[in-house]
Design a protein around this ligand. Structure first.
Ligand SMILES: Cc1ncc(C[n+]2csc(CCOP(=O)(O)OP(=O)(O)O)c2C)c(N)n1
Length: 561
């Protein structure tokens, strides 16, 4: 087998293979060409070639999100590495294991007037779990020991308890394109033998009275599907003093939980009666801004944060205990504790309001005039095919999707780590390619779709992905959130109104598209579009930007008791 003659490149590639990283998203360049040679020649690796590094990195994130495995990215030196940054930050806040390999000049040539050169050391400093800097050169025994040890450390962290992006920056001298027969293997693993955690006897003893006497709110953020966790949470919520709040991106749904947080909070009048005494949180980002404000006002006496990532993040300003266990371990242990059933019907109080709102929706929606964003989501949730995956764009899209009860068999994904609008299409494409056995749907706003339109350029556009673009000719969110909605600068600076349509751009890349501009046509065409057999892959719907905010207001006002 051939490989690059650069020893440090061979070493990094051997380490990827030894650690089971088989998917490589490669962006063309000269400095990283030794990696192209070594990854391409080795049949263990599957490579994807994507020019736009911003899009490539989000695509890799989508692959990793779907496969639940680390994925590597490889780019050339200079601004190429900077274009990875949005997805690196997203991966950091979502604990997604991206291995970022950047080719560089050797350190002696940084800032010496060479082309395509920037300072790449520490480039992702604030958003990376580990960084390794290597230079191909002398390759002494000590250099190789150092490189093996450092890369092994980085790779152990990449997939450790607190996962996240890791950066390997490799300085390479010219000539770059020489290949040689593969000889030695340079892999080395550092095995992390993680102790299985358990709650201490002291903790269990201390918390029994709290569990018996408190109004307990369990708030779930973004999570991958986890059937055992669902069971454990259902068992825990058999206690009537336990309320479980989830979002669609939590990917755990049950009649015993409440799924639409903003919708239920909208129906609460005497807020203080609903404050919890104990808050238990798990998972990543929570979409609902309203629940964050609610809890910051409530200041529960105790807040237990479960999980390994960001253990001391104090989102609700009341963190009392950081519990570094898996969510499953925690709830399975708590369920085994012998604590008495409480008479507090905390769950029932919330559920009553939730049901009133839910029952009102059908009537309320049919009274809303024109064709607005909320109509799109109402009808979409009515006919999304079972067992598919819904990728949700940021901005108002992710907020609208929280208003309707999730369909149980569907998984919900979104770039909620940093809520950027810059890579959602590329992420959805990566996920669809990673999991071709499922149909993937992606809903996005027009600005987000235009921002990441280079995603349409990704080769072999997956046939199992269908995209709905809601075009309200600007950032519709700025009409519905307080502040910008009434600002004199709204139209130009926030909403940034425009006349652009997305379908022709997608069509230019060979993606079959259709457009719709009225409600009846949408209702009629939606089921056919969603059918996986249908060749149309992008549906652009034009909604009434003027009416959007008013319809959303009416919705919230009328679903109240
Ligand atoms: C990379 C990035 N730049 C800017 C923003 C700020 N921002 C949030 S929403 C938004 C407008 C999005 O508009 P669109 O995609 O059309 O969705 P809509 O608001 O209509 O739902 C902007 C610019 C962001 N979240 N991410």
């Amino acid at each position: 087998m051939l490989t690059s003659d650069k020893l440090m490149v061979q070493l990094v590639v051997d380490q990827c293979e030894a650690h089971g990283i088989s998917k490589i998203v490669f962006s063309p360049g000269s400095r990283n060409s030794p990696f192209a040679i070594s990854f391409d020649e080795n049949p263990f690796f599957e490579t994807y070639v994507i020019h736009d590094e911003r899009s490539a990195a989000f695509f890799a994130l989508g692959l990793s999100q779907e496969l639940k495995k680390p994925v590597a990215l490889c780019c050339t030196s200079g601004t190429a590495a900077l274009n990875y940054y949005p997805a690196v930050a997203e991966a950091f806040y979502r604990s997604i294991p991206l291995l970022v390999i950047t080719a560089d000049r050797p350190v002696s040539w940084i800032n010496q007037g060479d082309g395509q050169t920037i300072v790449q050391r520490d480039v992702y400093k604030n958003h990376i779990r580990y960084e390794v800097n290597l230079t191909d050169g002398t390759n002494s025994e000590t250099d190789i020991w150092y490189a093996k040890r450092e890369t092994a450390t980085g790779l152990a962290i990449l997939t450790g308890k607190w996962k996240g992006p890791v950066h390997f920056n490799i300085g390479l001298n010219e000539p770059l394109y020489n290949a040689t027969e593969k000889g030695l293997n340079f892999s080395r693993r550092l095995n992390q033998n993680q102790v299985v955690g358990q709650l201490s006897g002291e903790f269990c003893g201390r918390v029994i009275p709290i569990l018996e006497q408190s109004k307990i709110m369990v708030l779930c953020g973004q999570l991958p599907e986890n059937k055992l966790l669902k069971q454990a949470l259902e068992e825990f919520s058999n206690h009537s003093n336990v309320l479980v709040l989830v979002e669609n991106t939590s990917n755990i749904q049950s009649e015993k939980f409440i799924h639409c947080i903003d919708r239920v909070l909208n129906g609460i009048t005497e807020e203080t009666n609903f404050y919890p005494d104990l808050l238990i949180t798990l998972g990543g980002a929570v979409v609902s801004k309203k629940i964050k404000s609610f809890l910051r006002r409530a200041k529960p006496k105790n807040h237990w944060k479960i999980g390994f990532d960001f253990p001391f993040m104090d989102t609700y300003q009341c963190l009392s205990d950081s519990i570094e266990l898996t969510e499953n371990q925690f709830f399975e242990t708590i369920n085994k504790l012998d604590f008495k059933r409480s008479q507090l019907n905390y769950f029932g109080k919330w559920k009553k309001i939730d049901l009133i709102a839910r029952d009102a929706i059908d009537t309320v929606i049919h009274l809303l005039p024109s064709f607005t964003d909320i109509h799109v989501f109402y009808h979409l949730f009515d006919c999304l095919p079972e067992s598919s995956i819904l990728h949700i764009g940021n901005s108002s899209v992710v907020r609208y999707t929280q208003l309707f009860d999730p369909i149980r068999s569907i998984l919900y994904e979104s770039n909620r780590g940093t809520s950027g609008i810059d890579g959602s299409t590329s992420t959805a494409i990566g996920a669809a390619i990673a999991n071709p056995s499922k149909t993937h749907y992606f809903v996005t706003g027009d600005i987000s779709a235009l921002y990441d339109s280079n995603a349409f350029w990704i080769a072999n556009f997956p046939k199992n992905l269908k995209i709905i673009v809601i075009n309200n000719f600007g950032g519709g969110i700025f009409r519905i959130i307080p502040g910008p909605a009434t600002s004199k600068q709204r139209a130009t600076y926030f909403e940034a109104k425009h006349q652009q349509t997305v379908a022709p751009i997608a069509a230019a890349f060979g993606i079959k598209s259709e457009t719709i501009n009225n409600l009846n046509a949408f209702i009629e065409k939606l089921p056919a579009f969603l059918n996986p057999e249908n060749e149309i892959q992008l549906l652009e719907v034009f909604t009434d930007a003027q009416q959007n905010a008013e319809n959303l207001d009416q919705f919230f006002n009328n679903i109240r008791n």
